[in-house]
Design a protein around this ligand. Structure first.
Ligand SMILES: [Zn+2]
Length: 426
């Protein structure tokens, strides 16, 4: 099976190359801003279908102007402005598609209009296509016009893969190259490990149905004092000064380090889970909603549960495992994992679950993890075979009202399980 995958490496650049990459990012930003300004003025001055253009027409127009107005654009590859204009075109298409979808009430997500990019405020990056080669034995990548650039690590890059495009970007003072490739993925054997369920939370990163929780890392919170000191020092520097530039770099390096630590933890945890378990059952957490709680958002943000879920989703099929996401409305915390009693009055402050019916006393998150595991067992053996014949529960608007066993998504095959009538809890 052919799959699209990304590989990211850090570039080992000297001062000359660093200047050149900065120039490329600047030209990409200029092309985006030029295209956006042209599109905006076209929209205001013209009528009908001529109000809109596309990336190809805009690139032709830019090429005509290059000779006279922007001769410095010839210093870099023609792909850079071309790809920037394509990105702009896609941004407009995303805006219009989202507009239509929201009109039809198909999504609640909001996609805004593309905006101008400002030097120093936006991320420095550009995209390249064309003849790109990676030479792992000499740790080099060859780009059009830029020539050969060194990468810092001996890569695990598959030589049979076809490179579609590369994105070169800067984080603090380091430059990275991300290659998008199409490669063959062989079917792996089904994983023979046990089934595991996890309940993601704040007090522990995840409570596992095996009984051993994954402790909560505190990457940013642990260094909150340093963050405060660096931010304060940066805001006190004079605008436009060399010291301001230096303090901005120190702050960016600090954040890069935190992000790297977090990504390392998430990758190691998700790989461990995918490698050693046949089925991973998780809750579909509404991270965006959780982040709106002003008091807790920094704690949720430090854990990156959203990214963790995405990592699990792509790693599970790689190791022959199946990821099952259960509905976010499933009351995993409020059910007793022993007798299924529904504890209606349980609050967030109750860290220990006391069951009034069977007398179970268990840590709240651990109880939730057992419930997620129970859900999977019931879903697999009871609900799935009868799902075809059952009707959906609809409300006046035609939306599915939140039945507890509403749906579970099998991520491995990308198919959604049939929606079934919810089980009524006592
Ligand atoms: Zn009970």
């Amino acid at each position: 099976m052919l799959v699209t995958r990304g590989y990211k490496y850090e570039l080992k650049v000297n001062n000359k190359e660093r200047t050149l990459l900065g120039k490329c990012a600047g030209i990409s930003r200029f092309a985006w801003n030029w295209g956006l300004a042209a599109q905006k003025s076209r929209y205001q001055t013209q009528t009908g279908v001529t109000r809109f253009t596309n990336a190809m027409k805009q690139h032709k127009e830019l090429n005509r102007l290059k000779h006279t107005d922007f001769p410095w654009m010839y210093e870099v590859s023609k792909c850079i402005p071309q790809e920037a204009l394509r990105d702009l075109d896609r941004a407009y298409q995303n805006f219009f598609t989202n507009h239509q979808q929201r009109k039809r009430k198909q999504t609640i997500r909001y996609v805004g209009l593309p905006r101008f990019k400002k030097k120093g405020k936006c991320k420095d990056s550009f995209r390249l296509t064309g003849v790109i080669h990676l030479f792992p034995e000499v740790k080099q990548v060859q780009f059009p016009r830029l020539g050969k650039l060194r990468i810092k690590e001996r890569s695990n890059f598959p030589l049979s893969a076809r490179i579609l495009s590369v994105t070169i970007s800067r984080t603090a003072d380091r430059w990275y190259v991300a290659l998008t490739v199409k490669e063959e993925q062989s079917d792996c054997k089904p994983n023979g490990g046990p089934i595991i369920a996890l309940d993601k939370g704040l007090s522990v990163f995840a409570a596992l149905s095996s009984g051993i929780p994954i402790a909560r890392p505190r990457f940013l919170l642990q260094q909150a004092r340093k963050q405060r000191r660096l931010s304060k020092a940066h805001s006190r520097k004079q605008k436009g000064s060399n010291n301001k530039r230096k303090s901005a770099l120190r702050l960016a390096q600090f954040y890069r380090r935190i992000t790297n630590q977090r990504h390392n933890f998430l990758h190691q945890t998700s790989t461990y889970l995918a490698k050693n378990h046949s089925v991973i059952v998780t809750e579909d957490l509404h991270v965006k909603g959780l982040m709106q709680n002003k008091k807790l958002s920094k704690y949720w943000g430090d854990l990156s549960h959203g990214l963790f879920q995405r990592l699990l989703a792509y790693k599970a099929p790689l190791y022959g495992s199946t990821l099952i996401e259960i509905d976010r409305w499933f009351p995993s915390s409020k059910l007793c994992s022993n007798c299924m009693y529904y504890h209606r009055n349980l609050t967030l402050a109750d860290r220990v679950f006391h069951c009034p019916l069977c007398g179970l006393v268990l840590d709240r998150d651990q109880n939730a993890a057992f419930n997620v595991a129970n859900y999977y067992t019931i879903y697999q053996f009871l609900l799935f075979p009868v799902a075809e014949s059952s009707a959906e529960t609809l409300n006046a608007c035609g939306e599915v009202v939140r039945p507890a066993f509403k749906q579970a998504r099998v991520v491995e095959s990308g198919r959604t399980a049939p929606k079934t009538v919810g089980n009524d809890y006592p």
